[in-house]
Write a protein of this length. Structure first.
Length: 633
């Protein structure tokens, strides 16, 4: 540094700066293995900043030759005895720190409580089951939705299923939360820190593919049949057909034992089943008594699935042209295979060859009609991805309600309303996908929806505390919702819960009162301290001004000297006080931002400042400051 200061040549300064930066980089490179990363980063930036600080020093020294007299005199005066201002600066730092701390902490906690309410509900209103894992007295998703959609003031209704999933096996399986939503209806409340992309875009990735065709049993059919051939005699093995009708209710059609290794043509009458058409075939299953992975491995040929309609056989699936059939997952090491071969055709060109091992899924093996793909698209929490090592595009098998299904990760989020990302994390998927993939194994799984999300016409974002008409309309809608909700269900509505939070003296209302008192005290301390400082320094300041006027400074120049000196002191105190208040808030948030159970708040608080109250504090203090300057002038 002394070398650079003593030389006028800019070329030598540039060379010196380059040597400093090169030395800093080399030094940090070799010290990385011996110094903690935080120390390395700090040292690196200190060394790299030295040339720029030297350049700033040279620039300021050059500018000083052109600066006005009042500016130079003020800076020289303050630099000769800076400790004389330390008392006032410290007082301003304390007062401003208290004001910033109280306004930021109070506003941050208020915003945090409101965000927690919105996060726990997810929409304008949420209905949850309080009896078991399904809605009491409700037989289907459509029946649940119709109950609320008929009410005036309800804009959207979407069902959801909340379950616990398991991934992995052995001694260390991971337990996590699952939320299945109607992705074409439900867009939850969210914040920018929940996901790197908008939440609506994430949810759209879950939407079911509408292009997939169903395998439908025509209305009016009297019988259904199937042609198959076991490659060996499996004495305890039966062949099943799983179907789901329009109400969502599933039925198992059994074709008895598979019999001897020869082609069989089995039919079952449909008149004993009370279907609501259309009826979809979802899977062909091989069932065998027993528990665990003790099934009999083997192979079976399957060809034409047909119905009898008005006395005529109508083939509805011939296994030609690579139809969308897939193997029901049984384990991560499953040996089950499906292909289409000429040898497996009882009629036509191709038939299905299903090779199965001893592993079973809920006691069955088989193939399913993959109308919605082989895997369920899912959004994973970052915590789930970290624990499982799965990234976007990865697939895995999970166990839901005792059934094994395949999921594909199509998105990743940090938080999703109503879900806790801690512990094992969570997966979010579409309800239609989940019900279908569970239904191909167990068709009686249709009772799984146990939550409903409601979007109301007067949404929370459009309501203001002063809009009494809107609030009155919202309360009327809530009364209707409570009346419809009934036994075994709980209604949570945002405005009701937020009113409770805002009026709680231990939460928002209490913090608001404390914030106002703290700001008033801070203003009194800052103003009184500054007035005392001005009073004590007034006499000495008059002597200094008289001396300056005697050597030729004008009245305007002396006013600028006084104004700049006091302004720099006040500005330094306010800036340091604001920084101190922000740091105190960040330090305190970790201690006070906890739930009633003492756990980490979800979602984490966002740093918020009550700008109205803080601006009022600064404006009043600037008024006091200006008044003092006028008196001094």
């Amino acid at each position: 540094g002394l070398f650079a200061y003593s030389k006028v040549s800019s070329a030598r300064y540039i060379v010196f700066s380059m040597f400093v930066m090169i030395a800093a980089v080399i030094g940090m490179w070799f010290s990385t293995y011996y110094i903690p990363s935080a120390g390395v980063d700090f040292s690196f930036w200190v060394l790299v900043s030295i040339p720029f600080l030297l350049g700033l020093f040279q620039l300021l020294r050059h500018i000083s030759t052109f600066s006005p007299v009042w500016l130079s005199l003020t800076l020289w005066k303050m630099s000769r005895n800076p400790l004389q201002y330390s008392g006032l600066i410290l007082l301003l730092v304390i007062a401003t720190g208290i004001a910033v701390f109280s306004t930021t902490l109070g506003e941050t906690l208020e915003r945090s409580h409101e965000d927690r309410v919105r996060y726990s509900i997810g929409d304008d209103a949420r209905v949850v089951s309080t009896v078991g894992n399904s809605f009491f007295g409700i037989d289907s998703v459509s029946q649940m939705n119709n109950r609320y959609s008929k009410l005036e003031g309800v804009e959207s209704v979407s069902s959801a299923a909340r379950r616990v999933g398991i991934v992995g096996s052995g001694d260390g399986p991971l337990t996590f939360d699952i939320l299945a939503i109607e992705s074409d209806e439900f867009i939850p409340w969210s914040r920018k820190d929940f996901s790197s992309i908008p939440m609506s875009e994430n949810v759209r990735r879950l939407a079911p593919n509408q292009d997939g065709a169903s395998l439908v049993i025509p209305e009016g059919s009297t019988d259904i049949g199937i042609k198959f051939k076991p490659m060996a005699h499996y004495p305890l093995m039966s062949l099943w057909l799983q179907v789901i009708d329009d109400s969502g209710w599933g039925t198992t059609i059994t074709f008895d034992r598979t019999g001897l290794p020869r082609w069989s043509d089995r039919t079952v009458a449909l008149d004993k089943y009370r279907f609501q058409y259309p009826v979809k075939i979802v899977s062909v299953q091989v069932s065998e008594p027993g528990l665990g992975d003790t099934g009999t491995p083997g192979t079976i040929f399957i060809d034409d699935i047909y119905v009898v309609n008005e006395g005529n056989k109508v083939v509805i699936e011939s296994f030609e042209n690579n139809p969308p059939w897939s193997v029901i997952p049984t384990s991560s090491v499953s040996s089950d295979r499906l292909n289409f071969s000429l040898d497996a055709a009882a009629s036509g060109e191709f038939g299905a060859v299903f090779q199965f091992g001893k592993e079973r899924n809920a006691g069955v093996r088989g193939i399913f009609w993959s109308q919605y793909g082989n895997s369920i698209p899912a959004i994973a929490s970052e915590s789930f991805s970290q624990k499982t090592g799965l990234n976007i595009g990865g697939t895995t098998l999970i166990r839901v309600a005792g059934l094994l299904v395949s999921v594909e990760i199509v998105g990743e989020v940090s938080y999703f309303p109503t879900l806790d990302p801690h512990r094992g994390g969570f997966l979010v998927m579409d309800l239609t996908y989940l019900l279908y993939h569970l239904g191909v194994i167990d068709t009686h799984i249709n009772e799984i929806p146990n939550e409903t999300y409601l979007g109301l016409v007067s949404s929370l974002d459009s309501l203001d505390k002063s809009q009494n008409a809107g609030l009155s309309e919202r309360r009327s809608v809530v009364k209707d919702l409570i009346a419809v909700t009934g036994f075994g269900r709980e209604l949570m509505e945002t405005t009701m819960v937020l009113d409770t939070v805002r009026n709680n003296p231990l939460i928002v209302a209490g913090w608001k009162a404390l914030t106002l008192v703290a700001v008033v005290i801070a203003f009194f301390i800052a103003s009184a301290g500054y007035l005392v400082y001005v009073g004590f320094t007034a006499k000495g300041l008059r002597n200094e001004i008289a001396s300056l006027r005697a050597i030729g400074l004008s009245r305007n120049q002396t006013i600028w000297i006084v104004t700049l000196g006091h302004a720099l002191i006040v500005l330094l105190g306010l800036v340091l006080g604001s920084w101190t208040g922000i740091q105190m808030t960040k330090l305190m948030l970790g201690a006070v931002a906890v739930s009633e159970e003492g756990e980490v708040i979800i979602p984490p608080p966002i740093f918020v400042v009550d700008w109205m109250l803080l601006t009022a504090y600064l404006a009043l203090f600037v008024l006091v400051f200006s008044s003092c300057l006028l008196l001094l002038s």
